[in-house]
Design a protein around this ligand. Sequence first.
Ligand code: ADP
Length: 514
Amino acid sequence: ALTYNDAQRLFDDIDRQFQLSQETLVELSKAFLHEFSVGLGDYNHPMAMIPTFVTGVPNGTETGTFLALDLGGTNMRVCEVVLNGDKTFSLRQQKYKVSDALKTGEATVLFDYLADSVDAFLTTHAASAYTSPGQAAVDNNPDVVHLGLTFSFPVEQTALDSGKILTWTKGFAAKNAIGNDVVKLLQDAFDRKHMHVKCVALVNDTVGALLSRAYTSGGCILGAIFGTGTNGAYVEEVAKITKLKNSSAAARGGHMVVNTEWGAFNNSRSHLPCTPFDNSLDRLSINPSYQAFEKLISGMYLGEITRNILVSLIDAAPKALLFGGKATAILNKHYGVDSSVMSDVEAAWEGKDASEAADPDSIPTFTAFDDSKLLPAVKSKLERIRLVIVKQFGYKDTEVTLRDAAIVRWACSLVARRAALLSGVAVAVVLLQTGRADLPDKSGKHAKRTETEEIGVGVDGSLIEHYPNFERTTRESLRALVGPDVEKRVVIGMAKDGSGVGAALCALQALKQH
Ligand code: ADP
């Protein structure tokens, strides 16, 4: 029979597998930096380090009215962005559904639909000034409305306003698109309809986050997404993007924004601390061995890793360790647990006000759990979690104990904490790469640095925006890697409406660069 000690060892063993020591974080950072340099030197590397041809970031004084089109998920968005030149903007937007038929049909039909949507937006939703094309245009080209396209699929960008579609992802499979220039596909559709709209810039969502945060805060060096997936774009010296070789961009020098595609860090998984729960997720995913880093971090996967842990405890033999050995349809379903449920569980533990914060260590070990010995505050927290579980996993009220609730909270925080610590590694690596920080020496100490200015980081995505303590934990590993002095200067802020505002700023930059 499974003894108390055996059971506790099982919990402890899972716990141990999710811990990351400072030493591991440092090793990961070194491997990450190495992949950065490989990607900057050569094309066709998983960490793609894509040059974006965006050669500067805004400072908040930019002005103009632009259209932005955002394609990358279930919905397509058209927006009109007015940059006021004082770090503020106004934005009107309309979402349009993209049907499966459009996603998988002929590319020209899809792009005609995008053009029709822009046309519909201009006539019904845009500011009245916009119905007369001349008034919305920037001064040097009075007859045309300028548009920035946020296109969140892999693209090999060759200029600010051109890039070849490499593959479709996220359920898109439109025919005769791969290998073609996405800006040309869109522009041809506008031209077929004789619309006075010109697509002048192609932007990745991470670049949008970087530019929009730079605009609203006055400066930013990194834009990062922690949502369905994870990725980051940062400002690099052109001289270090050695794969640009003898191009005119290389000759011009200066700086350029690089889209890292860091979700693909360490696809060989030689350094990433994968557990059996992660291995199972990867094996059963639609892209085994790809996006290894993303699979430990992003919203699409955290629920599934947690589900794998919970199911293993339900299945533990000879004695079940969770929910009396009973699963539900939701827990049995591949991707049945959404990361927002983990968020709800942790929020129920945190409580609304900080005075309620309770030390997780005040929970007795799972194998010696006794409801009657719980502190009243802890008991009410666990009861709140228990209700979340009953509702979200589809149990009957009598099927979930406070002990089950404590175990589920523990599993959620293990998975999310590791994700946030790894997110901090990605941020630290950008600071290391750009000479703003140094790794600790062998004794764990950091060299003294004399700079004092703020280091701006713009972020977007549900995880960093909503998951309790995600950002705080991200800072924990950042601090371990770059030292408290540098970490304190890092200002992490949401890049609100990043894809719309970023596309507008990029369109503005395209006009300036011409
Ligand atoms: P996207 O990255 O697609 O632009 P989001 O940033 O909203 O969009 O990310 C969506 C992902 O975030 C989904 O995987 C979803 O499970 C997860 N998610 C949504 N809400 C929350 C939440 N409150 N806490 C944690 N994860 C969430």
